[in-house]
Design a protein around this ligand. Structure first.
Ligand SMILES: Nc1ncnc2c1ncn2[C@@H]1O[C@H](COP(=O)(O)OP(=O)(O)OP(=O)(O)O)[C@@H](O)[C@H]1O
Ligand SMILES: O=P(O)(O)OC[C@H]1O[C@H](OP(=O)(O)OP(=O)(O)O)[C@H](O)[C@@H]1O
Length: 231
């Protein structure tokens, strides 16, 4: 059986994902030109590499069309309902670190916690004639955090696929849920993270699709062991 491993084809995780496979004794080579979206592990003919974008990797793991993938935990949890039944996070790789956070305008001086935000959301319609609007691309994580963990039901998600931090100033939303690493984009946009507003501390992970035939396949356990040993 050929094992397919999906690695980032571009973006911030590409180089470090390849480096960790190299350290694990599984050096990756592109098939054909450098721009090819297929690769292999040098010296083996039963491992295929698929180069995909980070969010595609999460989806392909969910559908089981690849055996392993390297992508962010945020994307796994966001893209896959019931992710624990469909995939296993085999190893956290120590790069691609970023937090998914709830951030509100700095000028909301009396809003520091999710409970404060719950009060704001409850009053929003009577004060402003509409629901509190949250700009995000993280629909699932936002709903889990607001409705699931904090019992806040009165809000509306406004989809934002880029420049999310600019949405409050542009009048497109009141608050945001987005990824941050240094915090400088939030700061530049006069937003602050709520004290209990860190939804997820994400990093790049090696993820395995739960597929029949993996349990007793020495190739599968060999890849897991090699990557863990390289950390
Ligand atoms: N400063 C950051 N901003 C955004 N994402 C970050 C940051 N630091 C780490 N990441 C992580 O990088 C991953 C997204 O990577 P990247 O933006 O390179 O993907 P991409 O190639 O643009 O993928 P796609 O096009 O599928 O969104 C996410 O898992 C995210 O958590
Ligand atoms: O906390 P910081 O260090 O400021 O990083 C956070 C920002 O970085 C990312 O955007 P980026 O400009 O990299 O573009 P992207 O959204 O296309 O990845 C992300 O979407 C945030 O906006």
């Amino acid at each position: 059986m050929t094992i397919t491993i999906a690695l980032p084809s571009k973006g911030r995780m590409k180089e470090e994902a390849a480096a960790i496979f190299e350290r694990a004794g599984l050096p990756i080579a592109a098939v054909g030109s450098d721009r090819s979206y297929r690769g292999r592990v040098e010296g083996t003919d039963d491992i295929e590499i698929a180069f995909l974008s980070a969010s595609e990797i999460a989806r392909e793991l969910g559908s089981g069309s690849v055996d392993f993938g390297v992508t962010g935990e945020d994307l796994i949890r966001e893209e896959l309902a019931d992710f624990e039944n469909r995939v296993e996070i085999v190893a956290r790789l120590g790069f691609g670190r970023a937090d998914v956070v709830v951030a509100v305008p700095e000028i909301w001086l009396d809003v520091d916690t999710m409970a404060d935000l719950g009060d704001v959301a409850a009053d929003f319609r009577s004060r402003h004639g509409r629901r509190l609007q949250i700009a995000t691309k993280y629909w699932r994580l936002t709903q889990q955090h607001f409705s699931g963990s904090h019992g806040i039901q009165l809000y509306r998600i406004v989809e934002s696929l880029g420049a999310t931090e600019g949405a409050p100033a542009a009048g497109q939303a009141d608050i945001i849920v987005d990824i941050t690493s240094t915090g400088s984009t939030l700061k530049a946009n006069h937003l602050k993270i709520l004290s209990d507003g860190v939804i997820l501390k994400s990093q790049a992970c090696l993820v395995r699709a739960r597929k029949p035939g993996h349990e007793d396949n020495p190739r599968v356990t060999g890849i897991v062991d090699a990557i863990r040993a390289a950390l």
